[in-house]
Design a protein around this ligand. Structure first.
Ligand code: MIC
Ligand code: SF4
Length: 651
């Protein structure tokens, strides 16, 4: 039986296990990427592992999330990151050079290689045939030290693309269509592999919009085969020699097949406040729009912004609406400027942001109260834009530009009928990129150009807290009862007032779950132990390990949930918190404040590989909770987390 493309790449990198879905495999990591908000912990952990230099082929440190440096703490973080990259041998992308996924795609993404990144949208270069996976920071630190990355062998699903996109339909609508069909849980444990005759109709920026947002499906990764589009993209950056022909075997065996007829795709929109709340744009038409933003790691390429620029050229945006363009990289900004589009957009009334994540996590351009914001981003979780009760819609640049012109949500096809001369902009590849990270690139410091050989730690850079080894007895209150699909944005928000403490865990912990219950952190500290209680898909969204680290710091011992999101579950193990799965009846019956005791000798049960644990509630009734963990995860849990465990191993 032939192999899927995913299996081929995994096979090439396999160091442990068999490619059996559901079984754990260990893979060699060729490249790592990290960014400013997860990177500080990565390097502190790398330092704690007492290693001298990075062992992967390439490591890249980006400064992209908080580039406005509102507070010296952010600037201290950036200086620390530059010093760490220089000291240990990573490329350093300066603040303002762009969002990690876009800059990596331009400079380093390499077909057939593996990439591990401390950001959940790391799968973006899957559009170039790279097998890229998002993970917690500690997993990145260990991989940089030469350790394998362990992950459950995913099921590989064939997403067969047929036909060709019609006018006004875009790659963004393809991934929104998949979210509509599969939901934010639909990709958990899966790699989505795109095949079929529709593939060749999509350019690299279009493919990477799709692979980027596969994360919103919960997928482990998403990948396209390579072809002349891939070669052409690499050539634009003087990297044509990195092209590798990649395709699944003809008799590859997929776990499942999803057929998407591109010609039937129409303009879609994800309504507040989940990326899978998808509907045809027409169904939301007529809603007044206060703010429009085009950009982010999903739609921030030059080619993504170009259609909006063409639509707005010579026009004026509606007086009710503010519009911002936030390019994904400085390269994209430069191309817009060189080709005259910046001036066109400005004349139409658009404001420009530097190339940053910014507004995507509520840093700048926070919507007004009780207002509607339309964004070409990938996430619209409630409150993420920086204001509670926000109303954020996700859509393509075309739909965004149409709304800016009309002042309300409108199907661009209807607007084109109304407005004389508004034509479908189509998709056009850019030319005239400046070549990537070679000598003379002002914004990327190559390892050999480093200006640092020691870590520079400002007063905000703290230590990595550690947990004791797992003991025999765990008991404590159910500290907080939560519903389904709780995101890591709920657990540790990323807004600017909080983000500056990512390298200061004691301070950051004060904000733990504050979006759900402001009193949580105090209650947890006081209880000094206890559990979190949650519904399905607990911890979806961001890869931020702080969502496990901070509860650990507050004394939380474990999470009882109906199910877990992949990266967050790994982060819970990494910081020594026990993730237990419970059934619906048990979830319904436990109330916040109830006393929960694991009856078994937990340490022995974990060591012996036991799956079923008995929990006793209020000393009154009992239920079964399950620990779904392999031997490695159990050893990590027993050691009190991955850092102590890895130190033992490296020693
Ligand atoms: C996000 O989109 O939520 C982030 C901010 O990029 C996170 C990383 C972080 O929390 O620092 C992610 O996607 O992993
Ligand atoms: Fe940045 Fe938003 Fe992309 Fe996360 S999803 S990397 S915050 S642009």
């Amino acid at each position: 039986m032939g192999q899927t493309l995913t299996e081929q790449i995994l096979d090439d990198h396999l160091v442990e296990g068999d490619l059996e879905p559901g079984e754990e495999i260990g893979i060699e990591v060729d490249q790592v990427l990290t960014q400013d908000t997860t990177g500080t912990m990565v390097w502190l952990q790398f330092e704690a592992l007492e290693l001298d230099e990075i062992q992967t082929e390439l490591a890249a440190q980006y400064c992209d999330h908080q580039t406005y440096q509102f507070d010296f703490k952010n600037t201290d973080d950036h200086r620390f990151l530059r010093s760490a990259a220089g000291t240990y041998g990573a490329y350093f992308s300066q603040p303002g050079n762009g969002i990690c996924h876009q800059v990596h795609k331009e400079n380093f993404a390499a077909p057939g290689k593996t990439l591990l990144g401390s950001d959940s949208h790391t799968p973006t270069p899957g559009g170039l045939g790279q097998l890229a996976i998002g993970a917690g920071g500690l997993d990145i630190a260990v991989a940089m030290g030469g350790g394998a990355y362990y992950v459950e062998m995913p099921e590989v699903v064939n997403v067969r693309l047929e036909g060709e996109l019609d006018e006004w339909a875009t790659a963004k609508d393809v991934i929104l269509e998949l979210l509509r069909r599969l939901s934010v849980k639909g990709g958990v444990g899966k790699v989505l592999e795109y095949t079929g005759p529709g593939v060749e109709t999509l350019s690299i920026p279009e493919r990477t919009t799709i692979t980027n947002m596969g994360t919103e499906l919960g997928a482990t990764s998403s990948i396209f085969p390579t072809d002349e589009h891939t070669r052409g993209w690499l050539e634009k950056f003087d990297r044509g020699d990195e092209h590798v022909a990649l395709a699944p075997d003809e008799d590859a065996d997929y776990a499942d097949e999803i057929v998407v007829d591109l010609s039937a795709i129409e303009p879609l929109i994800a309504a507040p406040s989940m990326p899978d709340n998808v509907m045809p744009v027409g169904e939301a038409a007529g809603t007044d729009v206060d703010q429009v933003i085009v950009g982010s790691c999903t739609n921030g390429a030059y080619e993504d912004i170009l259609p909006a620029a063409k639509m707005l050229s010579g026009q004026q945006i509606d007086r009710r609406t503010e519009m911002i363009v936030a390019p994904g990289s400085k390269q994209a900004s430069e191309m817009l400027a060189r080709n005259g589009w910046t001036a066109e957009l400005m004349a139409a009334g658009v404001n420009f942001s530097e190339a940053t994540c910014g507004a995507c996590i509520g840093i700048g351009h926070v919507p007004a109260s009780d207002s509607v914001s339309l964004r070409t981003f990938n996430r619209n979780f409630e409150g993420r834009s920086g204001i509670e009760d926000d109303s954020v819609y996700l859509c393509s640049p075309e739909v965004a530009a149409a709304a800016a012109l009309a002042g309300e949500i409108v199907d661009p096809r209807d607007l084109a009928d109304e407005l004389d001369g508004l034509e479908a902009p189509g998709f056009e590849m850019g030319s005239g990129y400046s070549p990537g990270y070679g000598e003379g690139d002002a914004d990327i410091i190559r390892p050999e150009e480093s200006v640092d050989d020691d870590l520079i730690k400002g007063p905000n850079i703290g230590d990595v807290p550690l947990k004791d080894q797992l003991g025999a007895h765990i008991e404590g209150p159910a500290l907080l009862k939560m519903g389904d699909n709780i995101t890591t944005d709920h657990i540790i928000p990323a807004t600017s007032d909080i983000l500056m403490y990512r390298s200061n865990v004691p301070k950051l912990s004060e904000f733990t779950l504050s979006r759900v219950d402001e009193a949580f952190a105090d209650r947890a500290l006081e209880a000094d132990g206890g559990f979190l209680l949650a519904g399905e898909n607990y911890g979806q969204g961001s890869s931020r390990e702080h969502a496990a680290l901070c509860p650990m710091y507050l004394g939380v011992e474990g999470v009882l949930a109906r199910s877990f999101a992949r990266i967050h579950k790994a982060n819970l193990f990494n910081f020594g918190l026990i993730p237990l799965t419970i059934d619906e009846a048990t979830y319904e019956r436990i109330d916040q404040g109830d006393d929960v005791e694991i009856v078994d000798d937990v340490r022995t049960a974990v060591d012996q590989g036991r799956e079923a644990f008995t929990v006793r509630v209020n000393d009154d009734w009992e239920a079964t909770a399950r620990l779904d963990a392999n031997g490695r995860e159990r050893r990590i849990l027993a050691a009190g987390g991955k850092l102590p465990h890895t130190r033992q191993q490296f020693a």
